[in-house]
Design a protein around this ligand. Sequence first.
Ligand code: FAD
Length: 245
Amino acid sequence: MKRTLEWQIATVSRIKPETAEVRTLTLALPDWTAHRPGQHYDVRLTADDGYAAQRSYSVASEPERTGEIDITVERVPNGEVSPFLLDTVVVGDRFEVRGPIGGYFVWDESVGGPILLVAGGSGVVPLMAMLRHRAATRVKTPARLLYSARTYEQIIYGPELDMLASQDGFKVSYTLTRQQPPGWKGYGRRIDDAMLAEVRKPLGLEVVAYVCGPTALVEVAADGLERIGLSADRIRTERFGPSGT
Ligand SMILES: Cc1cc2nc3c(=O)[nH]c(=O)nc-3n(C[C@H](O)[C@H](O)[C@H](O)COP(=O)(O)OP(=O)(O)OC[C@H]3O[C@@H](n4cnc5c(N)ncnc54)[C@H](O)[C@@H]3O)c2cc1C
């Protein structure tokens, strides 16, 4: 029987910089249970005076990796928790976590596909767990990722996504909304209906869509997916931040 809502003490066992403002923490868990890709953990940090702050972080890793999970944290300027996880935490540090949590924004073979993944910024994290799981289990479900970042340097997991895209049945399309490098061949604007339609087209209309990122992006993309013909019950969303971000 799973005891997913009990707090346990995670130990940071590895730290990997992803971009200038994003890093991945590997957390060793004494009471590990397999998550469903898309689920998250709550992290609780408690100061010496007892003040505690709690935030949610999606699992980035695939459930085939036992005993540990990766979380990938993006800095929210002046935030309470994310700057601490980026600047202060070192290997060997311990803090409380509980999870895995969430039963709606999840994908595995039982959900089927094809799958259309739409991410803004660190919204790519739970989608990466789905793609890593898909690769680890060699499931052939056709998948596409439309990933919006401000600049090329802010793309998280870029080399791994490109490697996964060299395998069967998965393609990634990037859109860089603020600045594009010379010779850029991807999109260079905010997500719109025409872009969603192009990315969706090879998958057909019977796709299951997962949209994750800042609230504003999630709303534009989810509404757009309906406008281009997907039924609402095929669109699953997860919002990471306040609207307008
Ligand atoms: C289910 C779920 C999964 C999540 N997974 C991830 C993940 O994998 N990686 C990740 O980096 N974050 C993730 N988040 C967001 C995370 O929980 C925190 O909200 C984020 O790290 C900011 O916390 P903070 O304490 O640094 O900022 P806070 O102190 O909470 O906020 C500081 C200021 O920034 C604003 N703000 C808060 N969040 C955001 C945001 N996301 N974008 C812009 N402004 C914001 C606040 O309104 C406030 O004004 C997830 C959120 C949810 C609900």
